[in-house]
Design a protein around this ligand. Structure first.
Ligand SMILES: NC(=O)c1ccc[n+]([C@@H]2O[C@H](COP(=O)([O-])OP(=O)(O)OC[C@H]3O[C@@H](n4cnc5c(N)ncnc54)[C@H](OP(=O)(O)O)[C@@H]3O)[C@@H](O)[C@H]2O)c1
Length: 404
């Protein structure tokens, strides 16, 4: 009989991954008592049907259950399960980044009030232990930047578009079949999922709470053959990058596709792999790479949290640093179908411009506010890909491509 009894919510991709990693691991003093799911007609074999229940209360009101693991695909229902569990004094593990990001201040307050821990390593970059590292190892570092590839399914799609010339729809379908994509794929390809993760990372890296609504996000859904050709002609790749940079007391935040050159570690990160680059005052640049999605990698991250709860681990939520969120001017490539639909006069400067018969583009500096205005107006008729202007990513001045 184990000391720690788990009430598991959800038995999909990650729930099954947790089940397999837990049941093939003999070192843990924890066992799954009940599994709450939604659909009564689904076949759950080879697991005994008595283990499955359909009412949350059977776990919430069971005093023998001391750990709740929430792995469902419904953020609102997940928030209810997590808050009720914490209030009942049950330790909680979740992998739901949307739910955590949208309610983090409230969840931190609940943990303090009820003296009950909540862990969510599986919510951010799958198997990469980024939250644990930020909470523990980097607690004494003065982090200046955290950035990287935070979404496995969009990286998988970009890999297939670049390496295998697959269509966007084919690549998305394959990502979904492999269990990398969210139930609602807009969360992945629209850059929302990495924005939720960035919001959680900011709390642990910089000690400040920034609601996901306040972070600019643009996804990969409008990437066209022209954008890919532009990259290939210059030996660049496109990667969906989430980025938080602290300079002189100002924090700039962004989720957007970026042109990346081969000197950047992100260039070499393919398929469902994620990568986190951390820069700090003392250790300088460090890189963490690992599988960012999938049943067993994410199941392992959840299992690691369960194991930590058995050792009474909690996040320490360091005091906040004096940082103000600021929107910088960004250097971007903006591609458009119809020049009539884009107001290029709002660019602060333009370093390259091309207008052809079927499409055109401009490269230059623009404020995020003005960029949002252009993208909202042009809808599917435009796409933006960022450059950092730093040598590690892309230096536009070095581009040597000329149009006849
Ligand atoms: N997939 C990944 O690689 C990955 C990686 C990191 C984090 N995550 C996160 O992990 C969570 C689970 O994702 P997933 O991919 O495992 O989802 P999934 O495969 O779609 O499975 C969802 C599970 O939740 C159950 N469910 C839905 N609503 C419920 C409710 N109200 N009460 C009880 N059970 C409910 C479903 O029940 P039925 O079986 O009856 O349909 C199903 O078992 C999500 O928050 C996701 O963002 C996923």
């Amino acid at each position: 009989m184990s000391k720690y009894k788990i009430g598991l919510f959800g038995f999909g991709c990650v729930g099954k991954g947790l089940y397999e990693t837990l049941t093939t691991n003999n070192d843990l003093d924890a066992e799954i008592s009940k599994i709450c799911v939604k659909n009564k007609d689904k076949d759950r074999s080879p697991i005994a049907s008595e283990k499955f229940i359909f009412s949350a209360d059977e776990i919430l009101n069971d005093d023998s259950i001391n750990i709740v693991v929430e792995l469902i695909d419904d953020a609102e229902a997940a928030f209810e399960i997590v808050t009720k569990s914490l209030k009942k004094g049950k330790a909680v593990v979740t992998a739901n980044k949307k739910m955590v990001a949208e309610h983090l201040p409230e969840l931190i307050a609940l943990q303090k009030e009820y003296n009950t821990p909540l862990l969510y390593e599986g919510a951010v970059c799958g198997s990469i232990p980024i939250i644990r590292n930020l909470n523990d190892y980097y607690a004494s570092e003065q982090i200046t930047e955290v950035k990287g590839i935070f979404n496995g399914s969009s990286n998988y799609i970009l890999t297939k578009l670049f390496q295998e010339g697959q269509s966007y729809d084919e690549a998305l379908k394959e990502a979904q079949e492999n269990g990398f994509a969210e139930t609602d794929p807009t969360l992945d390809v629209g850059g929302f999922d990495p924005k939720f993760k960035l919001s959680i990372v900011i709390q642990h890296a910089f000690g400040i709470s920034v609601s996901p609504e306040k972070i600019f996000n643009w996804g990969i859904q409008n990437i066209s053959d022209e954008d890919i050709r532009f990259a290939k002609e210059r030996n660049l790749k496109i990667k969906l990058v989430a980025k938080a940079t602290a300079v002189n007391g100002q924090l700039s935040l962004l989720v957007a596709p970026h042109y990346i050159d081969s000197d950047n570690p992100l260039y070499h990160v393919e398929n469902e792999f994620n990568c986190v680059l951390i820069n700090g005052k003392y250790a300088h640049e460090q890189t963490l790479i690992g599988k960012g999605a999938g049943s067993l990698p994410t199941g392992l991250a959840v299992l690691a949290d369960v194991a930590s709860l058995t050792k009474e681990y909690t996040y320490n939520y360091a005091e906040s640093r004096n940082l103000t969120v600021q929107e910088d001017l960004s250097e971007v490539y903006l591609r458009f179908d119809d020049p009539e639909n884009v107001d290029l006069s709002v660019f602060e400067n333009v370093s390259e411009k091309f207008v052809g018969q079927k499409h055109g583009y401009v490269i230059g500096k623009i404020s995020l506010q003005n960029l949002k205005g252009i993208l909202e107006k042009a809808k599917e008729g435009a796409n933006v890909i960022f450059t950092s202007g730093k040598s590690a990513e892309i230096e536009l001045s070095k581009l040597t491509y000329f149009y006849a």
